[in-house]
Design a protein around this ligand. Structure first.
Ligand SMILES: CC(C)(COP(=O)(O)OP(=O)(O)OC[C@H]1O[C@@H](n2cnc3c(N)ncnc32)[C@H](O[C@H]2O[C@H](COP(=O)(O)OP(=O)(O)OP(=O)(O)O)[C@@H](O)[C@H]2O)[C@@H]1O)[C@@H](O)C(=O)NCCC(=O)NCCS
Ligand SMILES: Nc1ncnc2[nH]cnc12
Length: 297
């Protein structure tokens, strides 16, 4: 395995964690570093290869993380300063910060979309955590995710169902397949993470497996069940179902705990590269899984 806790620590130090005023921002940075360092990730950029991507590599992701993490304290402070009576304005008010952060990403990557979904997710999570800490609420996964779901209530209806816009891939895939993508996942309060990847991550850690192995097993379960719009945008529903069915077979064999688990993942990676499939949405959910695991209790 190429995942290196030391590598993540070195990168985090290089990014100078002390630059961040707020601890949740540091956790979000670490979550994105752990995601890109996790290897092998079928079809995705990692420390072994660029997956199904010709326009980005590991260094593109590091440059992107350096740029977007500069906005993490802004997301947090936006929520911290939001008054309870104005909580219905949460999404409207945080979106300009998200858009500015997206621009910083595109500038750092020469126009490549590395973290559009990640910015959306971590912008929401940091804003919600800032809001809850101002309210002096105890932070745990349920409180964070239920509050986030409340703040995002109606986003699919308002931005996808009622809109006839087909500007973005997500909007097009909703019209074509009723897939709600990143918005639907946020409005559910990251149900796929809470119900699938986070429990697996904890079961693996309780069984004595290290963080990397636990994250790889959680990733495999995400690939088996997440309705990843990135897979559909490149390979249609057939592409999504290929990934889900293959991942479900590997899960049934024990996943990463199978004696050939590593090789199964490497073969899976080669299959996705051959099909030009990349589960970018699931990559974001891996980062969110680790992030929320820091608030489990
Ligand atoms: C709200 C938006 C972010 C929605 O954008 P969009 O209309 O495009 O909707 P989606 O397609 O649903 O999602 C966009 C990204 O979200 C990730 N994603 C996809 N499916 C899921 C899922 N089921 N659960 C969670 N997240 C999901 C995914 O992002 C990751 O993949 C991207 C990299 O992969 P790649 O294949 O390279 O992607 P492309 O370059 O686009 O494809 P190719 O050309 O290479 O084939 C990367 O973004 C990862 O993060 C989806 O791509 C947006 O509309 C929006 O409003 N943004 C403004 C900011 C904002 O509002 N912020 C508010 C809070 S801060
Ligand atoms: N490691 C990764 N590779 C490809 N797309 C991604 N989106 C988020 N993380 C990613």
């Amino acid at each position: 395995m190429n995942y290196s806790t030391k590598q993540v620590a070195l990168l985090a130090n290089e990014l100078n964690l002390s630059n961040f005023q707020h601890y949740p921002s540091q956790l979000a940075l670490q979550a994105l570093l752990k995601e890109v360092c996790l290897s092998p990730k079928p079809g995705l950029v990692d420390m072994m290869n660029n997956g199904s991507h010709r326009d980005m590599n590991f260094n593109t992701f590091i440059a992107s993380i350096k740029a977007i993490s500069q906005w993490f304290d802004d997301f947090y402070l936006y929520g911290y300063r939001l008054k309870p009576q104005h909580q219905s304005n949460f999404l409207t008010g945080i979106r300009p910060i998200g858009l500015a952060c997206e621009q910083a990403m595109y500038q750092a990557t020469n126009g490549v979309n590395t973290h559009k979904g990640g910015i959306f997710a971590f912008g929401l999570l940091l804003g919600v955590i800032g809001y809850l800490q101002q309210q002096q609420k105890h932070l745990n996964v349920e409180v964070i995710c239920n509050t986030l779901a409340t703040f995002c209530h109606g986003i699919v209806d308002n931005e996808l169902a009622r809109s006839n816009s087909a500007q973005t891939m997500g909007e097009q895939l909703f019209i074509r397949h009723r897939l709600s993508g990143a918005r639907g996942e946020a409005e559910s309060g990251y149900a796929t993470v809470r119900q699938i990847s986070l429990p697996i991550y904890h079961q693996m850690q309780l069984a004595g497996f290290d963080e990397e192995t636990s994250l790889l097993q959680a990733m495999l379960h995400l690939l088996a069940f997440n309705q990843d719009t990135n897979l559909v945008s490149r390979g249609g529903l057939e592409g999504l179902h290929f990934v889900q069915n293959t991942a479900q077979k590997l899960v049934k064999l024990g996943g990463i705990t199978h004696q050939n688990g590593d090789n199964h993942l490497i073969e899976f990676d080669q299959q996705l590269i051959a099909r030009n499939l990349s589960p970018g949405g699931s990559a974001d959910l891996i980062a969110i899984t680790w992030f929320l695991a820091q608030y489990q209790y």
